[in-house]
Design a protein around this ligand. Structure first.
Ligand code: ZN
Length: 293
């Protein structure tokens, strides 16, 4: 069933008809014009009586309408990248387009894949029966800070339109690396992000950051086997990729933080003067690396 709002655009001779709607029953040319009151009843009825188009069952509390006109059970019958259902998506977690003329709107739902990446679906008529990966929602869901701006050659650039990637395990790591990039304008920046904490932009001109990257690459290259392969995260690979280095840098910083924390706990009188992160922000040229929001 589809509806259109009446306007005189189709037929300029016709007077505008207030308070009625067209409803299409069964096929799109079977048009019925109904009163506004009747239309509202039809919308309520359609919402209440809609069924999953695959299993033809009514939706319920345990088998809600999660994507397009599919119920949760039918949605998960397809190969969904091993997604597990989380529940209704909090409105501030996802950036959803709201149609202003949809007769009614169903909620959006969250799913997680095996790596912990957030996917979401939109339920109801006109929505696709797919789940979409959302890196920004993943960063927010796992409570890592999301940088909105970066420093580039002394200027502040917005990261809003940038593509983004995560390096590290969002489920288990407390520090991960985030990369933001774009072509116009040319942006390619990295941030270390600490769960429930701050993010720090990587600045390769800084001695500490350069050393950290060199150390990470060196350690990964040291895994080279006599056969010429590298053993990284339990798997043999042909070379050390930048992505491996980004993950490893985050792991090194996290390990250093943990070691410092343990040391402070062992010696409560010791001055907790530096940790991997504060140390970085205390270096010179801090405007390149100010923690972002
Ligand atoms: Zn179904």
């Amino acid at each position: 069933m589809t509806t259109t709002e009446h306007s005189t655009a189709e037929n300029p001779q016709q007077q505008p008809r207030q308070g009625c709607e067209d409803v299409y029953l069964n096929w799109t040319s079977y048009k019925v014009t109904v009163s506004r009151q009747g239309y509202e009843q039809i919308v309520t009825l359609a919402q209440a009586m809609s069924v999953c188009h695959r299993c033809q069952r009514y939706y319920g509390e345990n088998n809600m309408n999660v994507a397009g006109n599919l119920c949760l059970e039918c949605f998960l019958q397809n190969d969904r990248h091993g997604l597990t259902f989380v529940g209704e998506a909090a409105p501030d977690l996802i950036n959803r387009y709201h149609s202003t003329n949809a007769p009614y709107e169903r909620p959006a739902y969250l799913f997680l894949d095996k790596k912990g990446y957030v996917y979401w679906t939109e339920a109801g008529p006109g929505e696709r029966e797919e789940a979409y990966e959302d890196i920004t929602a993943t960063i927010n869901y796992w409570e890592f800070p999301l940088p909105l701006e970066a420093k580039k050659n002394g200027d502040v650039v917005s990261l809003r339109g940038c593509s983004r990637s995560i390096y590290g395990n969002v489920r288990t790591d407390d520090i991960i690396m985030l990369r933001f990039w774009d072509y116009h304008p040319d942006i390619d920046v990295l941030f270390l992000a600490m769960r429930h904490g701050q993010s720090i932009q990587i600045n390769k001109r800084r001695e500490l950051h350069r050393r950290l990257f060199a150390e990470a690459r060196q350690q990964l290259e040291a895994t080279r086997t006599p056969g010429g392969k590298y053993l990284i995260n339990g798997e043999y690979q042909e070379r050390v990729y930048d992505s491996d280095v980004y993950c490893h840098v985050a792991r090194l910083v996290e390990a250093e933080q943990k070691a410092l924390r343990t040391a402070w706990q062992a010696e409560p009188d010791a001055q907790p003067a530096t940790s991997a992160e504060p140390e970085e922000s205390k270096e010179d040229d801090r405007n390149e690396d100010d923690p972002q929001e």
